[in-house]
Design a protein around this ligand. Structure first.
Ligand SMILES: [Zn+2]
Length: 180
């Protein structure tokens, strides 16, 4: 049986390489759908307690809520041609005239500095965060607007994750999932 729970968060992003309006800074009321599949446990009557799902997903959603979803560095890189290693909070602070801690508070903890925040990339990142704590999801979907919806299945994710992180990392995720 399939269970789905929905979470909401508010966050800004900018897609500097987009040829149209997404290249301008803007915000969304994002909606994340998390699905998990499994057998119904006869004793509990549940596949999974929804509260158990929320205990895992809510801290992740809180990391994203009222933050800026990456790409300020891509934005800077595109315009200044500086390389990744030269990008730091202090450089950003210097350019934008604010103190370092202020910008840090905008960031999503754990999101790479050069993260390019399309819905598709966000789904891979959210999938990785959940996989790395061995939360067994079966499908993730993200609504960026009322009419735009991206969905990521487990097979596509595992191929992407293995290519990105290597076989041992993927094996760790799969082994964790098998145990549950
Ligand atoms: Zn957008």
């Amino acid at each position: 049986m399939l269970l789905r729970k929905t979470y909401r968060f508010e966050a800004s992003h900018v897609l500097p390489r987009h040829p149209g309006k997404c290249s301008r800074l803007h915000g969304h009321s994002w909606v994340l759908h998390v699905e998990t599949e499994g057998q119904v446990n006869e004793e509990t009557g549940f596949v999974m307690d929804y509260a158990e799902m929320s205990a895992v997903v809510k801290p992740l959603v809180e990391k994203l809520d009222h933050r800026h979803l990456g790409a300020w560095c891509v934005f800077l890189k595109d315009r200044t041609k500086i390389d990744d290693s030269a990008i730091s909070d202090s450089l950003l602070a210097e350019i934008w005239g604010a103190d370092e801690d202020y910008f840090s508070s905008w960031k999503v903890p754990g999101l790479p500095l050069d993260f390019y925040p399309s819905s598709e990339n966000l789904l891979f990142w959210i999938g990785s965060q959940l996989a790395e704590i061995q939360f067994r999801w079966s499908k993730l979907a993200l609504e960026e607007t009322c009419t735009s919806y991206a969905e990521l299945g487990l097979d596509e994710f595992m191929v992407w994750y293995t290519n990105k992180n290597g076989f041992p990392a993927a094996q760790f995720v799969l082994e964790g999932w098998m145990k549950k």
